[in-house]
Write a protein that binds this ligand. Structure first.
Ligand code: FMN
Length: 250
């Protein structure tokens, strides 16, 4: 164990922030740290856009499903895949951009590695963070609001600020559910491991919502949440929007 790992193990999403500002110098440090994340073939296909305008932030609260923290955090950012800069170089050289699904995938990987490195840096400076996937609830409206050019793909928002709450960390899957030897493991063992996690999560939700045993409906566990999530099409408008923005999904 060392300080870096200790900090990583203490991560929890923060959803309520104080009014303290996020200093520009701290943003610069976090972005610099984010940029030093590995990036496929050094293509660096991401960007992060800070939104300060209050009317825009309020609109983003609506578009993210009423997530008020978007407008009530020290700094709100939109993290995007960015293939625009590659396109500019190609078009200046009178050639045509012709990248496939791999280019979108690279930008998803790159943007995520960048963002997570930046989040760790912010957390190391005492800030809290919450990713906002709700940004993808209605991307055409986000597009109307922020006017991204072709080749820029908004993936998620990011709230940063001084924490005004101290939630407990959220348990993760047992290690034997995620770390394997040689190949994917035998399925019965996997299901047992998932069931053990489910019990942990039922307890976690019970404690978190202050619903001690016998005083209300049993909280939904992790398995039921996943079953519900992945048997209902989620955000079906995302792929058509990315296609419209110039992504190839082939
Ligand atoms: C890409 C991404 C999108 C997320 N979107 C949201 C969101 O829209 N709203 C929210 O409150 N939390 C969001 N989260 C936070 C997750 O719910 C959270 O990370 C997860 O439940 C684990 O909890 P922890 O971060 O406290 O450990 C998102 C996390 C990620 C990585």
């Amino acid at each position: 164990m060392n300080e870096v790992i200790e900090q990583m193990l203490a991560h929890r999403s923060i959803r309520r922030f104080t009014d303290d500002p996020v200093h520009d110098a701290d943003i610069a440090s976090a972005v610099e740290a984010g940029q030093m994340a590995s990036t496929s073939e050094n293509i660096q296909s991401y960007c992060m856009i800070r939104i300060r305008d209050e009317a825009r932030l309020e609109r983003l609260v609506e578009l993210t499903g009423g997530q008020t923290k978007v407008a009530r955090c020290g700094a709100f950012f939109v993290v995007c895949g960015d293939t625009r800069r590659h396109r500019l170089l190609i078009e200046r050289g009178d050639r045509s951009y012709d990248a496939r699904f791999e280019a979108l995938l690279l930008s998803i990987v790159d943007a995520s590695l960048f963002a997570q490195n930046a989040v760790l840096a912010f957390e190391s400076m005492g800030y809290g963070a919450c990713y906002i996937g709700g940004l993808r609830n209605d991307l055409p409206r986000v597009q109307e609001l922020l006017g991204f050019p072709e080749g820029v793909f908004p993936f998620f928002g990011l709230c940063i600020g001084r924490p005004d709450q101290s939630p407990t960390t959220r348990p993760r899957l047992p290690m034997d559910s995620v770390l394997f030897e040689e190949s994917w493991p035998e399925e019965r063992g996997m299901l047992e491991s998932l069931d053990a996690y489910d019990r942990t999560m039922v307890d976690y939700y019970r404690t978190r919502v202050g619903n001690p045993v016998g005083t209300g409906p049993a909280p939904q566990g992790w398995a039921d949440r996943m079953i519900e999530k992945f048997t209902t099409p989620t955000r079906p408008a995302v792929a058509p929007y990315f296609r419209k923005q110039g992504a190839s999904l082939d």
